[in-house]
Design a binder for this molecule. Structure first.
Ligand SMILES: Nc1ncnc2c1ncn2[C@@H]1O[C@H](COP(=O)(O)OP(=O)(O)OP(=O)(O)O)[C@@H](O)[C@H]1O
Length: 670
């Protein structure tokens, strides 16, 4: 028997009650999917085993195997698969990442067939550190992007920039290097694509060879911009997005990735390329064949930058960026993006940057509160049964909602796919041992809803933007909390809600502490048994939440490693938090010795320590503005500087309502 999650939860009081979860694309249905009786329907495209069915006995002999290697497919033979039975028109715009959209039209709903709800991110705290940070914009019209690109953005139904776009676009357009961290599904792709496309367009206006893409007609391609990403599927997706944004601008975009015939990629490169999207392996191959030169690179973007600089890729990336003729930092502009950025990787990454801005939208490495996260204690032998339970309840209007199941190994992915199919569940696996065509087919089939369960290894954990993924199940939890953040980020995208369930078994003890921290941060219920596990578990390895010293920062500490790690001077810190609830402190918990030009424009309610709260050290605070307002629900320190042993307080403007510079807790704010 599995021992399910304890109903006693920690953190209950502080946590606002989560709305009942309903997949957005079925949002006319008001029932919690976990409380529904699955409305089985004989006309469904599949028969799901009812709760009385034994999953082991329901092998559906009419389900043919697909051609090719790897597990069982679902549904009719391929020639009958032009359109799934019970075809759902909401899938009609879901293109494969391998189909490039010639026209910059998403659809009437904006992002990728989903009604984007970026208002959901409006209250997210934003911090930008670095010298002279360009201010954010509110609308695309305010940006200095090329007008033709702005027209395309409008055609894509991107009505309003997301928070990361509001901040990152002006920084990048101003030519600054950038290390940006923002939650999954929050629009980072456009945040680096727009400035690059616009920069190339503007350069064309002043260049002698106005319409010539780099390297056109020659054997060697000289791209102006290089966008690197860790997986083939993600590279294809970025290529498709960028192509859409650059519609009729004359900016040529190409993609190179392994596992696909090189000949075709070479033929495209021969026509010239401005922006090359690539995976590292194939890029190195093409550089070594002297078919690509990086000599003229002006823009370098790393998507999933922390992954790219992690052990697996670091050597290759250093080789590409430092040994293959690419102009050095300062002569090129470098943009690094991810949802997670552990301190050690930030340090590595700073080698590639020059005088950069660090931008954090939301807490570094945090998950969005839009994803309802559940952790269940499930022993390994019980996982399959519990998975079947969840899948049975994951049915809306007689159809399985898109469900992504993460497992640890490739072998495990094949085995689970196989078992699910034999049990009557339409599943397909994706992992690194499949040939590229199979990977593409799996993803396409999943995206179109033909195989609504995809069993995946971490090859599908980062970056993939698959509309309507309703449920992510961590059948095997990853070892690294950052991988967990990326995995669950395949749901709850573009401001939509999502559901993530994790099976926690005894071998997951090392991740317990970070998991508890993450759940608390995202205001999720934390089972009390998990808290107990976290108290007795050893610290896990690295994570974006803190260095090895402190696996879970737990105190909302600093994020830019330049300012947060070592006591020292904090300069030019801009705190754009529009509203912090509960914890409004500024993030310097490793108390700096001096703070200069600190601008704090937050609005705090119900806060604990609302603003600059340095409690136990002597510090100098100069020229800092604190324009916070506090409402009467604030029970913590009201703001200002609560320096019990303050050093210099000079030129600072303490417009803090009742408090000003408080070295004692003001009356009424205790
Ligand atoms: N301003 C916008 N308006 C409407 N939709 C947008 C906007 N910006 C991005 N989107 C859509 O939001 C979705 C998520 O964007 P994107 O894939 O860039 O997220 P991401 O932050 O890169 O996520 P991940 O961390 O998982 O890589 C996409 O479908 C994209 O088209």
């Amino acid at each position: 028997m599995a021992w399910w999650s304890d109903s006693t939860t920690q953190n209950k009081q502080s946590r606002p009650s989560q709305p009942l979860y309903v997949p957005q694309f079925r949002s006319n249905n008001n029932n919690n999917i976990h409380q529904q009786q699955p409305p089985y329907n004989n006309n469904n495209r599949t028969h799901f085993p009812s709760s009385d069915d034994s999953p082991h006995l329901t092998f559906n002999r009419s389900t043919p195997r697909p051609r090719g290697r790897g597990g069982y497919g679902f549904g009719p033979p391929r020639h009958q698969q032009q359109q799934p039975r019970n075809y759902d028109p909401s899938y009609r715009n879901n293109r494969s990442p391998f189909e490039t959209n010639a026209e910059p039209v998403n659809n009437e709903n904006g992002s990728n067939g989903v009604i984007a709800n970026f208002e959901a991110y409006d209250s997210i705290p934003v911090e930008a550190t670095g010298e002279n940070v360009p201010p954010p914009v509110n609308v695309f019209a305010e940006t200095e992007l090329h007008d033709d690109l702005k027209n395309n953005i409008e055609r894509c139904k991107y009505v309003k920039p997301t928070p990361v776009q509001r901040h990152a676009i002006p920084i990048a357009v101003a030519g600054r290097d950038l290390m940006a961290c923002a939650q999954t599904g929050s629009g980072k792709t456009a945040a680096f694509c727009f400035p690059i496309i616009s920069g190339i367009m503007k350069e064309r206006l002043t260049s002698q060879f106005s319409d010539m893409p780099r390297g056109g007609g020659s054997d060697v391609a000289f791209p102006t911009a290089l966008i690197l990403s860790p997986t083939r599927e993600l590279s294809c997706q970025i290529h498709a997005e960028a192509t859409k944004f650059a519609y009729q601008t004359g900016v040529k975009i190409a993609v190179c990735y392994g596992g696909a015939p090189v000949g075709q990629q070479l033929r495209i490169l021969e026509r010239g390329v401005d922006i090359l999207v690539a995976t590292p392996g194939r890029l190195v191959d093409l550089i070594e064949r002297e078919r690509i030169s990086l000599k003229k690179i002006k823009y370098l973007a790393l998507d999933e930058a922390d992954r790219m600089l992690d052990m697996g890729f670091e050597h290759q990336i250093r080789n590409i960026v430092q040994q293959m003729n690419m102009p050095p930092p300062g002569d090129r502009q470098t943009l690094l993006f991810s949802a997670t950025f552990p301190d050690n990787i930030q340090k590595l990454a700073s080698d590639f940057l020059s005088n950069y801005v660090f931008l954090a939208v939301g807490r570094v490495g945090s998950s969005t509160e839009l994803i309802v996260q559940k952790v269940e204690s499930v022993q390994d032998t019980e996982k399959r049964n519990r998975l079947v339970d969840l899948l049975r309840h994951n049915v809306v209007n007689g159809k399985l909602a898109l469900t992504l199941v993460f497992v640890e190994t490739k072998k495990g992915a094949d085995a689970l796919e196989n078992w699910l199919c034999r049990s009557g569940f339409p599943a397909i696996a994706i992992h690194g041992d499949k040939v590229q065509m199979e990977r593409e087919r799996a993803l396409r089939s999943f995206k179109r809803g033909m195989t609504p369960i995809m069993v995946a290894t971490d090859v599908a954990s980062r970056g993939l933007d698959i509309p309507h993924v309703a449920h992510v199940i961590n059948f095997d939890l990853p070892r690294d909390i950052d991988d967990y953040v990326h995995r669950i980020g395949r749901t709850g995208r573009a401001g939509q809600t999502g559901l993530a369930t994790a099976f926690f078994s005894s071998k997951n003890m090392p991740i317990a502490k970070s998991l508890v921290g993450l759940l608390q941060e995202a205001k999720q219920e934390v089972p009390s048994w998990l808290v107990q596990c976290s108290e007795s578990s050893p610290p896990s390895g690295r994570s974006s939440f803190g260095s090895q010293r402190s696996p879970w920062r737990g105190n909302y500490g600093g994020r830019d490693f330049r300012t947060a790690n070592e006591p020292g001077m904090v300069e030019n810190y801009n705190n754009y938090n529009s509203s912090y609830n509960n914890y409004g402190d500024n993030g310097f918990h490793n108390v700096p010795e001096q703070v200069e030009n600190y601008n704090n424009n937050g609005t705090y309610s119900n806060g604990d320590h609302a603003a600059n709260t340095y409690t136990d050290t002597s510090i100098d605070i100069q020229n800092s503005n604190n324009n916070c307002s506090f409402d009467s629900t604030n029970t913590g320190f009201a703001g200002g500087y609560n320096c019990t042993d303050a050093g210099l307080l000079e030129g600072s403007d303490g417009q803090n309502g009742p408090c000003g510079y408080a070295s004692v807790v003001p009356t009424g704010w205790d």
